[in-house]
Write a protein that binds this ligand. Sequence first.
Ligand code: KG4
Ligand code: ZN
Length: 348
Amino acid sequence: MSEPLVLGIESSCDETGVGIVRGTTVLAHAVASSVEEHVRFGGVVPEVASRAHLEAMVPTLEQAYAQAGLDVSEVDAIAVTCGPGLTGALLVGVAAAKALALAHDKPLYGVNHLAAHVAVDQLEHGRFGERVVALLVSGGHTELLLVDDIATDITLLGATIDDAAGEAFDKVARLLGLPYPGGPQIDRVAREGDPTAVDFPRGLTTGRDLERYRWDFSFSGLKSAVARHVQHEQRMGREVSVPDIAASFQDSVCDVLSKKAIAACVAHDVPRLVLGGGVAANQRLRHYILERAEAAGVEVRIPPPSLCTDNGAMVAALGAELVARGVAPSSLDLPVDSGMPVTQIVAA
Ligand code: KG4
Ligand code: ZN
């Protein structure tokens, strides 16, 4: 049988994404973002995101059909993110996917957003073939996963116990007077700063914390430490060096993320690491990961930035994998699940 042709729809946060793939080949990759509408609030406003999805859904579908030179009547299946994410936002994508599946009599797969973030790498670097460790870092999630089989078997090793990595970047950027989304801003100004200027804490990396939370992360203490440092400098009448603070903060986040990710590969004897999520674009994180991976003999797979951030091609990529494996489709009355666990790759 030829590789399955699958349409994927993503609407879990602020990107409306529609992708079409054949197996591991991308035929269409259309994304509309509502990020501009959230800038003045300094973070994603769920109601604003839902409305933006509603407005962008049909034009984004049409853009994807035009890119691929085909439409939904020709695909083998439709995949859609049904969780985790913002409930109202998820509902728009799921409603669209159900309507298309019903109207065109296509199997429907409600898939897990996190698993899709991992699956997308196969569009760039080919099938995993073997077990991989995945580090997902974005505005909404920070997870370390052991992926035995992208279609059937994912184990959650650890996750953030408070803020997501990208969320920490966004909050610290705001504190430093940088615009939203803060990750790319901090990445940019940090290049002019000294990463050793301020010795910020590295959460859950020593003693009892490390024992208890070996594969977990915590960034809220770091965020508070940055706030206290800025206040202290101001009280002392000293000028605050935004580049130095940005570089030192970024160094703490990336040091911890890369150390735990590589340690997980070594501990589980899996010399392959996949990176995903918006924060995977960070220069310092890439530097640390590549350096430490090389020292540990770990191969690193990082999809290009446009596939790391939320998109529909990643959903289609996971859908194609499910179809190829003969996994049963979801029910047409599948619900959205804002807290869908990563162990559940496809909804019943
Ligand atoms: O994956 P994504 O587009 O959306 C979700 O949150 O699901 O990730 C967006 C997050 C934001 O928090 C943004 O600040 C962060 O990724 N980000 C970065 C960089 N580019 C985006 N964080 C650090 N460095 C970057 N270069
Ligand atoms: Zn995401």
